[in-house]
Write a protein that binds this ligand. Structure first.
Ligand code: COA
Length: 385
């Protein structure tokens, strides 16, 4: 396999984008990424998306987007892995270019959720859970995560308010991200006052729905013309791992085995350990997922994720900065696009482009994207050289 790097990135704002079609959203991110890479076309487009068939009545996203961005004859296809569709698309693009099968590719994540009523999207999201044993019992994704969080509070003795710093950090960082859904800071009182959605998950523990798209151009390192002072962003690790689709089938419902294994495979490829990661864009779809991700990826002991948040270690100047551009909680979670937002944000950090929320001296970053309630997870490590 040859070494590959991210040459260009692009993203749209996450919001209710009723005035734009799915292809306009994806096109905006793809063209921005191509422009950033100083390229006009690539060999292939990998599209990460979860629900365009039902939410937008549009399938066949490969041809649909390739034509729109002026790459009518390029190879293109859609990849679906629920909320980790974006990182799944990126991983497939990386494999294609690293193997030598292609000389360049774009991975783009796109999702347009807000054209349909909320209850329809909630039902659509639930198709990523087990239809027979979870959804049939009336569970939604918020409800599944509420059960996990309730058990976590019981097992480890944390109070619900101990999770507030995850949301406060995400909202504080999103203030400075022009592409984020929310720009209002949150304080402890605001967290405590938030309406309950599914006890113990309140509105501030949950990521919002939204429309958005993010993209990255991947090329072999050997083809990059190095410019002095411009960091090369290498893909140092790329791995995926599945787990049971239903939470009750896991030996330990409070441990994200897919997150542990995908992170460790990526660490091994990169020749590093968790102690070397400067910035970690994790999958904080719910604040409980942020805690479980920190633990599974090796930053905290089992049951101790909230400690890092309470001690301020997840802030941009802390030991392991997370959600540095707002995370899923405040940048937003357009599901099939989210994995690509995380990757774009890690690249921004390693390029030193994050202004007020820049992690000082960031050289190595990880993005980890979770599909379902921990059932399909992709981890990517990037190194700035
Ligand atoms: N955080 C903060 N504010 C939020 C929010 C969130 N997660 N979700 C919605 N809001 C705000 C909206 O901006 C809106 O504010 P406004 O009145 O000032 O415009 C208000 O709350 C109502 O928005 P609405 O879209 O009607 O909210 P809702 O009550 O229909 O939905 C949730 C709220 C939390 C139920 C919904 O966002 C949700 O289901 N989130 C989880 C999505 C999910 O499961 N994703 C997959 C995870 S793997």
């Amino acid at each position: 396999m040859r070494e590959v790097a991210v040459l260009g990135i692009g993203q749209t704002k996450v919001e209710e984008q009723w005035d734009k079609s799915l292809r306009e959203l994806a096109g905006e991110a793809v063209l921005a990424a191509l422009n950033d890479a100083h390229l006009s076309a690539v060999d292939a487009i990998y599209v990460g998306n979860m629900m365009s068939g039902s939410a937008n009545k549009q399938q066949h996203l490969g041809a649909y987007i390739a034509d729109w961005v002026g790459m009518r004859y390029a190879e293109a296809l859609r990849i679906e892995a629920a909320c980790s569709s974006g990182a799944a698309a990126f991983r497939n693009a990386v494999i294609a270019v690293a193997s030598g099968a292609l000389d360049s590719a774009i991975a783009v994540g796109v999702e347009k959720m807000t054209d349909s009523p909320g209850h329809e999207i909630t039902a659509e999201l639930a198709t990523a859970a087990d239809a027979d044993y979870e959804v049939d019992q009336g569970l939604s994704f918020v409800a599944i995560n509420a059960l996990i969080m309730r058990r976590y509070l019981y097992e480890f003795g944390w109070k619900k308010d101990d999770f507030a710093p995850f949301s406060i950090n995400a909202h504080a960082n999103a203030v400075y991200n022009p592409f984020a859904r929310f720009h209002e800071p949150l304080d402890e009182k605001g967290y405590q006052r938030a309406p309950m959605v599914a006890d113990p998950i309140n509105l501030m523990d949950a990521s919002p729905m939204g429309d958005g798209s993010a993209a990255a151009v991947i090329v072999p390192v050997e083809r990059i013309y190095r410019q002095p002072g411009v960091p090369l962003i290498k893909v140092a690790g790329s791995a995926g791992c599945t787990d049971t689709i239903a939470v009750h089938d896991r030996r330990d419902p409070l441990w994200l085995m897919g997150a542990e294994r995908s992170a460790h495979k990526a660490y091994e490829q990169a020749g590093i350990g968790p102690e070397d990661i400067d910035v970690f864009e994790l999958h904080d779809a719910f604040s409980i997922m942020a805690a479980l991700s920190l633990e599974a990826a090796g930053f905290a002991e089992r049951g101790q994720g909230p400690r890092l948040a309470l001690d301020g270690e997840i802030r941009p100047n802390g030991r392991i900065p997370i959600a540095t551009r707002g995370g899923l909680k405040a940048r937003g979670h357009p599901v099939g696009a989210t994995g690509m937002y995380q990757i774009v944000e890690v690249v921004q950090q390693l390029r030193g482009e994050c202004g007020e929320t820049q992690v000082p001296g960031a050289k190595i970053g990880m993005a980890q994207n979770i599909g379902g309630s921990g059932s399909n997870i992709f981890a990517h490590i990037f190194k700035a050289e």
